[in-house]
Unconditional design. Sequence first.
Lengths: 199, 245
Amino acid sequence: MYEGAVQDLIDELGRLPGIGPKSAQRIAFHLLQTDPTEARRLADAITRVKATMRFCVQCHNVSQAEHCRICLDPRRDDTLLCVVEEPRDVVAIERTREFRGRYHVLGGAISPIDGIGPDQLHIRELVLRLDAEPVAEVILATNPNVEGEATASYLSRLLATLEVRATRLASGLPVGGDLDYADEVTLGRAFSGRRDVGI
Amino acid sequence: MPSYRDQGVVLRTYRLGETDRIVHLLTRGRGKVRAVAKGVRRPGSRFGGRLEAYSLVDLQLHEGRNLDVVTQAELLTAHAEVRADYARSAAAAVMVELADQVVQEGEAEPEVLELLLAGLGALAAGPDDPSVFVDAYLLRLAGLVGFPATAAVCAACQAPGPHVFLSVRAGGALCPDCAPAGTRAVDPEVVASLAQLAAIGEWASLPRLAREHPVARRTAAAYARAFVEHHLDRRLRSYEHVPRP
Ligand SMILES: [Zn+2]
Ligand SMILES: [Zn+2]
């Protein structure tokens, strides 16, 4: 235990995701030794993000206003809706410049073992959007891991009952890699997701 | 650092840092093992999809001070069908959650591992209603770790049954002499369903049991959960996410 404010800072940092007690200590002492203006910049950034940012009421992405920029953009395609787990997935897909539709952020993935079921995610809001918006295709872009698969399976059943077309992002071989390095699960998925080329 | 090789089922994983995961395994040789899989979240990682929950893998590990480190992983059975379906995945989540809680590090529990593999195999075969396998698994695992849900003999005095006074606290069915006053007798069909669910052995007949005796099966399911939570003193977080007919 350290004295006063240092220990408080270590405790607060230690509560952040992915930061263990050792890292918390290292960051705290770094901040203690750093230039005051630099430390102030960090403190201001944290205060500002809490004061000015919120979640878009339509897609649940991070936003500066009630609606985010993507939801307000008239050039986006209303018939395509891409469902992702987290705001960072929106950023990753936007970087591809392949997708011109709209998004819906679930706020996580179904994980029964963590007590997270469909009701803890923005799934009810998704159903409401499908009723109100002219969506022709829902693209399920959840992670290709056990939680993301469970979520995609749950949503695909739900969308079938609503008679909405659902597609799932293809999974397969990493571009630039060698085929014989791929593991069986990835290679198997690449096979089942193969598609026609040529005629 | 000494290194070792073992087979095990991936119970669950936690994100660690930018690209790693902590993996909980139920192994043949060492019971529960907690290990780090470095870089596993990067696309193109050498582990790829092998270390996803419910997979049976053959592993090479380095012993660490706190967590072991996975250095090689080979897939033996992926159980990919289980992950691909919400209901089956939720059922498997209950199975691994309980195994994760009852098996200790360094204590091999080969029967628990076999039970888990049988349960995952039953789920992979594609039942319409995976929840009956959850109930069977719970009762069978409770029996393996010392809390058999007996129905054939009185749980208190061992008098031969079948008996119809079910008691979670007593650990099974009680004879009329041992049952506390006011204990409600259940339908003999419920006791029979319970016995069939709890008996270590085949799984294939269970879906038929569930279809043909829906009421008995529902009572047995409620009992199974209460029984496990009482005797193992665990609340099962994933249980209520399993879809039930
Ligand atoms: Zn939005
Ligand atoms: Zn008795």
